[in-house]
Every structure is written in C-alpha cells, then in structure tokens.
Design a protein around this ligand. Structure first.
Ligand code: ADP
Ligand code: MG
Length: 318
C-alpha cells in the first residue's frame, strides 16, 4: 500500500518543548530510524517540529473549510487528507513551499525537511536551531559592538537576498524570529517563522495580525503596498537596537508610536550614540527612510562597506 498514512509519532519522537506562539507550538524531536526507507546516514536526526493547530472544521469566520492536503501541495509524500481551515496555516505552508523550491538549503534561512498532518494540525519538520533567539542574545548582551552588529546584519541580509529573489516578503522580521543554529558565539544566524510572509503575485498578505509594532514599516501601518523594502525597514530597527540596546521608536502610547514610525521620527541623541561611527548612523537612517524607495535592498546592503567589514573601524563622529 503505497499511500499508507504516516503519523508524526511514527516518524519522530518528541523530546521537548522549544517555544510557543499564538497559533503554534514548537517541539524538539528526533527522527526514528526505520529500516527499508532510504535514510540519509549523515542527516542530523534532531529536528524542530512546528505544529500549526487547525482551528476546526470551520474557520473563525464561520465559513466552511476547503479540504487541502498541505503535505501534497508541498511536494512531500501524501500522508493524510485534512481540512485546512485557517488562512494563516495555509499561508505559512505556501510560503514554505516556495522556500523549499527556491531557497533551501541556505545558511541563513531555516530549512524545512518534512510535513506531517493529523487531527491536531500540520506539523512542519524544521531544521533544529539550538542556539536560541537573537532576541535572547540581545537581552543578555545589552549592546553589540559595530563589528558584532555587522556580522548579524550581514547574515540577515544574506537570508533576505535569497528570500527576496523568490519574491517572498517576510513581513515579521524581528529578533524573536532569527535563530542561532548552535550555542557558539560564531553560530550562523537563520531567519525563520514565515507565518505572516507573502509571496508577490502568489499569496494574499495576511493583514491586521501583527503583534509588536516596533519593527513594522510605515507602509505596513498605513496599509500601503508592502514590498521587500518593508523587511529592510525592520532590519534597520534591528540594527538600531543592536547598537544601543533600545528601540528607535519609544512612546507613551501605541498611537503615538505609530505616528513616530509614519514620520520616521527617531534620533541618535542619547549618549550611547556618541561613540558610534557616522557610517553606522547613515546606514540606519537609510534603512529607516519613510520612503521605501530610498532604502537599500538586501543586496545593496551586503555591498555596503560597513556591512561587509571594510569601514567598521572608521573614526567616531565625536
Ligand atoms: P509563531 O509563528 O507562533 O511565532 P515561531 O515559528 O516563531 O512560531 O516559533 C516560536 C518559537 O519556537 C521561536 O521563537 C523559537 O524560540 C522556537 N522555534 C521555532 N522554530 C525553531 C527551530 N527550527 N529550532 C529551534 N527553535 C525553534
Ligand atoms: Mg515567531
């Protein structure tokens, strides 16, 4: 019986919890060795399993679901027919398909190995990144040197080049969605969580579902066209935080913060910025340009002397 249904628990042993999100739980797992299958001997058996829970037979809006086989749509062997009723879930699957087709394997983008489905939902079997979130390292370290920050920015930009070349806009780029592959200080950094991403001309962007607005571009707030340049804005916010330890837009209320983002109102006034090179500040200003066209692309960023390491030792302004 070639169409035998495979269950997650048949193929992977769950060994712990890695994280939780609004619509998902991410667990650590280990691939069970089975005889007869064409196993890759060298493949790492430890994986991360992101389970996207189905909301049920109906959507939150009460519409009837359409029945889709997510695994099959991704080109993986057919497992079990399930109803995908959640737009978010479908979106993440579609984007991951595009990544598997066009991007993977990439040193700065989390790889997808497999997809399983059952009553609980869809399980994305992902490359395990055991080095933790960039977010946690920022919190632990408080501030990054320019050379360290450039290493982080370079890796995110490399991942973005690959994603953007496939017309994917990440749309939720933030330190919580960048994971280190391993615990070492020199670990590669990987972009993950494509739950809110969109593929131009392929998926409708998911709107109105953002959590923190700290990294969201002015055009996303004003519901203008979102492009790959929107990710560049988010990277500008990340770079700002790496260098000083706090975000560029701080306000009493969310409304006020939105206003500051829409007008690009931020400064380098605090004492912290005195010792930071003008090159770094100019780069941040270009990434945090309200007009998306004025922001560098990921590829342009990679060629920037501050990012590729040529000007990190430039004289401070003061
Ligand atoms: P959500 O879409 O719900 O935000 P994420 O994909 O961001 O879910 O995953 C939630 C958390 O689970 C991440 O912030 C991270 O801590 C952990 N996690 C996700 N994917 C992996 C992975 N491949 N390796 C290790 N941990 C992961
Ligand atoms: Mg996330």
């Amino acid at each position: 019986m070639g169409q035998e249904t495979k269950k997650l628990s048949d193929e992977y042993e769950i060994t712990g919890i890695l994280g939780r999100g609004g619509f998902s739980v991410v667990r650590r797992g280990m691939r069970r060795r089975t005889s007869g299958e064409n196993e890759n001997e060298n493949e790492n058996n430890h994986v991360a399993i992101k389970t996207l829970k189905r909301i049920g037979p109906t959507t939150p809006l009460g519409k009837r679901s359409n029945t889709t086989t997510a695994a099959a749509s991704l080109g993986f062997p057919t497992r079990k027919q399930v109803s995908i009723s959640d737009a978010l879930l479908t979106n993440e699957i579609l984007v991951m398909r595009k990544i598997v087709e066009n991007v993977s394997p990439h040193p700065n983008v989390v790889d997808l190995y497999d997809v399983c489905e059952d009553q609980t939902g869809v399980h994305l079997v992902l490359e395990l990144c055991s080095g933790g979130e960039l977010f946690d390292r920022i919190v632990a370290q408080a501030r990054y040197s320019e050379v360290e920050a450039a290493t982080v920015v370079r890796q995110i930009a490399q991942g973005l080049v690959a994603i953007h070349q496939s017309d994917i806009v990440h749309r939720d780029l933030k330190p919580e969605n960048c994971l280190f592959l391993n615990q070492s200080k020199e670990s590669p950094l990987k972009i993950m969580d494509f739950g809110l991403s969109s593929v131009e001309g392929y998926t409708d962007p998911v709107v109105g579902l953002f959590g923190s607005i700290d990294y969201v571009s002015p055009e996303a707030l004003s519901q203008d066209r979102i492009t790959t340049k929107s990710d560049m804005w988010s990277l500008g916010v990340i770079l700002y935080i790496l260098l000083c330890g706090y975000p560029p837009f701080i306000a009493q209320s969310n409304r006020q913060k939105q206003q500051m983002i829409m007008t690009g109102e931020f400064s380098f006034n605090e004492k912290t910025w005195k010792s930071i090179t003008s090159s770094a500040k100019l780069l941040i200003s270009s990434l945090l340009a309200v007009d998306p066209h004025r922001r560098p692309s990921a590829l342009e960023l990679l060629n920037h002397p501050w990012v590729n390491g040529d000007s990190a030792k430039e004289d401070p302004m003061d």
